[in-house]
Design a protein around this ligand. Structure first.
Ligand code: GLU
Length: 309
């Protein structure tokens, strides 16, 4: 096997020096303040070895990467009934698009665009107080990462709540079609807060290990979901994990992955590794510019693309 430590260090060095860094997300004021010069990468192999480089231990706002974990929780609660509310097709539209919702009578295309993720959060909120649901999501992340220090960045959550007019519109619009059961404020409050969970690349890669290894953490042996469910979540990450940049990500990187506007990406090399990368500058589709490039370098060097070497 190629020397993973050397490859990760090489990538971290290259990314630290690149000047094409993309643009940090500006529509959430708190994220606009993040220093775009940071870069972190963590790779956790099946045997538990970790190769980490750059700012791999610096917590950042995981934003939409949280949607992988809320989907996992919601599938655990509702099983396949979830798919009556949300579809499984790539949207081909920006992450916060509203036009498709009107054409498709309020049913979001997939669980990773904002509308779909809000509908998934609504399912988790049902029958609970928002605070309990949020606690459950946070504890799930802490459990998966094996780290109880993981917390919500309240300033980011408040910043998004103050300015989340589009998400509020999406939620209200879905409510008019009966896709949202709870008061819109409850569901959005939980959604904004789970997007504002702060984690480092190392913690995130740890939390994603079950997806790389047929639903179980290979170090603890703990089974989080069935192998079939892990495979299906990976399929959704591949086809929908990068919004309308999902095709390009599959073409260049060739791994299931989920991005967030905080600049993070969780990627899964099935049978090999769980990978988290972070570089705050985004490309035009709202995905980490250098994060994608780093993953492209990594999968090529390791021969990890699911489509062949
Ligand atoms: N909280 C962000 C929003 O709802 C998440 C978007 C993203 O990370 O892509 O706009």
């Amino acid at each position: 096997m190629p020397d993973i430590d050397a490859i990760v260090q090489e990538i971290a060095t290259e990314m630290r020096h690149r000047t094409d860094r993309g643009e940090v997300a500006r529509y959430i004021p708190e994220l606009a303040r993040v220093d775009p010069h940071q870069f972190g990468l963590a790779v956790i192999l099946e045997d538990g070895r970790v190769a980490a480089g750059g700012d791999a231990d610096q917590p950042f706002s995981i934003q939409s990467i949280s949607k992988v974990f809320t989907l996992t929780l919601a599938l655990g609660m509702a099983g396949d009934d979830l798919w009556t509310r949300v579809g499984r097709e790539p949207s081909g539209n920006p992450f916060n698009s509203i036009v498709q919702l009107e054409r498709e009578r309020g049913r979001p295309r997939n669980p990773f665009i904002n509308a779909g993720a809000i509908a998934v959060t609504d399912l988790i909120v049902s029958g609970h107080q928002p605070r309990e649901s949020l606690g459950e999501i946070l504890r799930f992340m802490q459990f998966l990462a094996g780290d109880t220090s993981i917390a919500i960045d309240k300033a980011v959550a408040a910043s998004e709540r103050r300015t989340g007019f589009r998400n509020t519109a999406l939620a209200n619009y879905m409510k008019s079609f009966g896709i949202i059961d709870n008061p819109v404020d409850f569901t959005l409050g939980v959604y904004f807060h789970h997007c504002a969970i702060a984690m480092s690349c190392r913690q995130l890669a740890m939390a994603g290990r079950f997806l790389a290894h047929s639903g179980r953490n290979p170090s603890t042996g703990y089974s989080v979901v069935s192998a079939e469910r892990a495979r299906r979540i990976n399929a959704l990450m591949l086809t929908c994990g990068h919004y309308d940049g999902s095709g390009d990500f599959a073409y260049r990187v060739g791994l299931p992955g989920k991005s967030g506007v905080g600049g993070g990406i969780l990627a899964v090399a099935p049978g090999h590794a769980s990978i988290a990368v972070w570089a705050p500058g985004l490309d035009g589709a709202g995905n980490s510019h250098l994060g994608r490039l780093a993953l492209e370098r990594l999968t090529k060097a390791m021969g990890w693309s699911i489509f062949g070497v």
